[in-house]
Design a protein around this ligand. Sequence first.
Ligand code: HEC
Ligand code: HEC
Ligand code: HEC
Ligand code: HEC
Ligand code: HEC
Length: 306
Amino acid sequence: MAQIFDRSSNALARMSLVLTGLIVIALGVTLDSLQRSPWVTRQGQRPDQPVPFSHKHHVQGLGLQCQYCHTSVEKSSYAGIPPTKTCINCHAQIWTNAALLEPVRSSWATNESITWTKVHDLPDYVYFNHSIHVNKGLGCASCHGRVDLMPLMYQQNTLQMEWCLNCHRDPAKNLRPVSQIYNMAWEAPSKEKPVWCAAGGEKAGKPTAQSVDCQTSDPSKGGVQVASLSFAGLMMGGQDPNQPLSVEGVHSNPHAESTVGAGELRLPEQVSYTKFTSQRELGYYLMDHYKIRRANELSSCEVCHR
Ligand code: HEC
Ligand code: HEC
Ligand code: HEC
Ligand code: HEC
Ligand code: HEC
């Protein structure tokens, strides 16, 4: 059969195939990194706002709590942006003539709310809910960063699917006691700074997360005895904390190692608190007590796409 193409054109064809392949890969890599770039994810951007509201001044400077302004964060899917009334509570007296605050005053006068630009904005096809996260021990700072240090609000994390999944596959690395969710400076427990927790258990009749008590100073060294005693009462099988504990009750606790002398009961909080010196240990303990679902359940598509 006659050769239509000579050998060199064969090589050329192969070469162009390889080239096309390379271009496709390069394009893919570019698109992929573009898709993750801060320009697309809006990470770190500070959008123009009608009023340059500073979280740093109001939270760190004045000591205001997040829930003073974001009132629904524990109860609903939305944290909520405060109405002008919240600002006027103070700014009817403070900085009353500042030009910066003109939009606040005119909003108050005209009864039209301030139009803040959204900083965080998930696509509509994603379901997100604040209350479930904060009631299971995820602090604001775990997702929003050190808001108390932000003169202007920005988005700390990508909010992309990968970011959500990274935590859903292993929540233990981020969990903290529910009592600490607003604490911007919370640090994971360490050998130098342990955390002690005790669980009230089902009999407490409260939501699970609320019946776990955690302390950052050693509860056996006093200071929290009254609160701990009632917890310990629950630990001992729901006995009335005002009644003396039966000796059997104390002995049946696997952590009890001390002797109980006649007429002298050891303080039960010494047997019921567990000490944690690492995030992993605390994380697994809280996963158990807050009844957090397993990684595979939390990563299934229907959790976030309903
Ligand atoms: C004095 C009221 C006030 C307090 C206190 C406050 N915030 Fe805000 N927050 C606002 C206002 C007003 C906005 C909208 C303007 C902006 O984005 O800066 C906002 C916006 C935000 C946003 C971004 C909303 C969006 O558009 O995506 C986050 C996240 C946030 N706050 C978290 C916190 C956290 C965490 C705390 C506690 C450490 C806190 N805030 C305390 C008033 C407050
Ligand atoms: C608890 C009282 C209080 C509340 C509530 C409050 N502010 Fe302020 N705000 C202050 C004080 C005090 C200052 C002066 C802070 C300083 O100079 O360090 C201030 C300063 C400001 C400034 C000047 C710039 C700055 O940050 O120093 C702006 C703008 C401002 N506030 C906006 C708002 C808005 C908007 C709201 C409502 C979402 C609000 N404030 C709610 C007390 C408050
Ligand atoms: C598990 C991660 C996570 C935690 C924890 C978290 N947030 Fe958010 N937050 C988000 C995401 C994601 C959005 C964007 C939601 C959307 O666009 O629908 C958001 C949006 C917001 C908004 C603006 C929109 C709204 O919901 O009203 C505010 C304000 C806010 N968060 C405050 C807080 C505060 C205060 C806390 C702590 C009590 C907190 N967040 C804890 C992830 C989190
Ligand atoms: C830092 C950790 C963390 C991050 C980040 C996070 N989540 Fe979660 N999420 C959790 C934990 C823990 C739970 C509670 C699971 C439970 O109770 O079993 C949860 C629960 C949920 C639920 C409730 C499911 C249900 O059936 O009620 C939804 C929905 C959800 N997350 C969506 C998201 C989305 C969307 C994002 C990203 C924008 C996100 N989460 C980011 C840790 C996280
Ligand atoms: C923990 C929450 C969560 C789970 C679980 C989850 N997704 Fe997503 N998904 C998201 C978020 C958040 C986005 C929006 C990403 C963005 O805005 O960049 C998204 C976006 C998407 C998109 C749009 C394209 C893209 O990648 O941006 C598709 C398709 C998708 N998810 C499919 C799935 C499938 C299939 C599963 C199950 C294997 C799944 N998701 C599980 C949170 C989740």
